[in-house]
Design a protein around this ligand. Structure first.
Ligand code: HEC
Ligand code: HEC
Length: 171
C-alpha cells in the first residue's frame, strides 16, 4: 500500500496541488517502483500520516475512487449531489469510445489493479468542498487539454455544468 501511494505520488509530472496548498514537488524525493502492486492486499491507511513524507496529505490511492466516479460520469448520469438534469454524455461514442485512466496517466501503471474501492476516508473527502473543487478543476483541465489523449474522445469541451446542475465553485 505504501509503495503504491509513494510511486504514484512520484508519477505526476504536473504541478499537483493537494488541499492544504502543498505540492507533491515539495515532498521529499520519491522512488518510483512500477512493480509495486500493493492494492492487491488492501488494508489501507486512512491518511497520508502513515506514509513518510506525506503527513497531512491525501494518499494517491484514495483518489482512485473519485477517478472512477468521474470517468463513469462521462458515459452515465453523474453521481454527484445535484447532477445536471439535462445531462448527456460529452463523448463522441459513449459505448465504444470511453475515456480511460491511460488517456491521462499514460500506461506506466497497471490500472486494472486499481479497482474502484470506497475507503472510509472517501466519505470525509466527498464533503470537503475545497478538496473536491481542486481535484475536479485539475481533472477537467486535463480532460480538455491538447497534451492528453482524452480530448480526442470528446464531442465538445467539458465544463463543470456538463455534470453539475449549478456551478459547484459558487456554493
Ligand atoms: C481526464 C484525465 C484523467 C483521467 C481519465 C484519470 N485521471 Fe487520475 N488524475 C488526473 C489528475 C489531473 C490527477 C491529479 C489530481 C490531484 O493531484 O489532486 C489525477 C490523480 C490520480 C491519482 C493520484 C496520484 C497522482 O498522480 O496525483 C491516481 C491514483 C489516479 N489519478 C488514478 C486514476 C485511475 C485509476 C483512473 C481511471 C479509473 C484515472 N486516474 C483516470 C486525471 C485523470
Ligand atoms: C464528467 C462529470 C463531471 C464534471 C465535468 C465535473 N464534475 Fe464535479 N463531480 C462529478 C462526480 C461524479 C462527483 C461525485 C464524486 C463523489 O462524491 O464520489 C462530483 C463531485 C463534485 C463536488 C462534491 C459535491 C457533489 O456535488 O458531489 C464538487 C464540489 C465538484 N464536483 C466540483 C466540480 C467543479 C468545480 C467542476 C468544474 C471544474 C466539476 N465538478 C466538474 C462529476 C463531474
Amino acid at each position: 500500500m505504501v509503495l503504491l501511494a509513494v510511486s504514484l505520488a512520484g508519477c505526476d509530472q504536473n504541478v499537483t496541488r493537494v488541499s492544504g496548498g502543498e505540492r507533491w514537488e515539495d515532498a521529499p524525493p520519491i522512488k518510483v517502483d512500477p512493480a509495486a502492486r500493493p492494492l492487491a492486499g488492501s488494508t489501507a491507511p486512512l491518511s497520508g500520516d502513515q506514509i513518510p513524507g506525506m503527513e497531512g496529505k491525501v494518499p494517491p490511492f484514495i483518489k482512485v475512487f473519485f477517478m472512477h466516479q468521474f470517468v463513469e460520469a462521462l458515459y452515465s448520469v453523474p453521481k454527484n449531489r445535484h447532477p445536471n438534469p439535462k445531462w448527456e454524455s460529452p463523448l463522441k461514442d459513449p459505448v465504444n469510445g470511453r475515456v480511460w485512466c491511460t488517456d491521462c496517466h499514460g500506461d506506466k501503471f497497471d490500472f486494472a489493479k486499481m479497482p474502484k474501492q470506497r475507503f472510509p476516508q472517501v466519505d470525509q473527502l466527498e464533503k470537503d468542498h475545497e478538496f473536491m473543487v481542486d481535484l475536479m478543476t485539475k481533472w477537467v483541465a486535463r480532460l480538455n487539454s491538447d497534451e492528453f489523449n482524452a480530448k480526442s474522445k470528446l464531442k465538445k469541451k467539458v465544463e463543470c455544468l456538463t455534470c453539475h446542475e449549478t456551478d459547484p465553485r459558487e456554493q
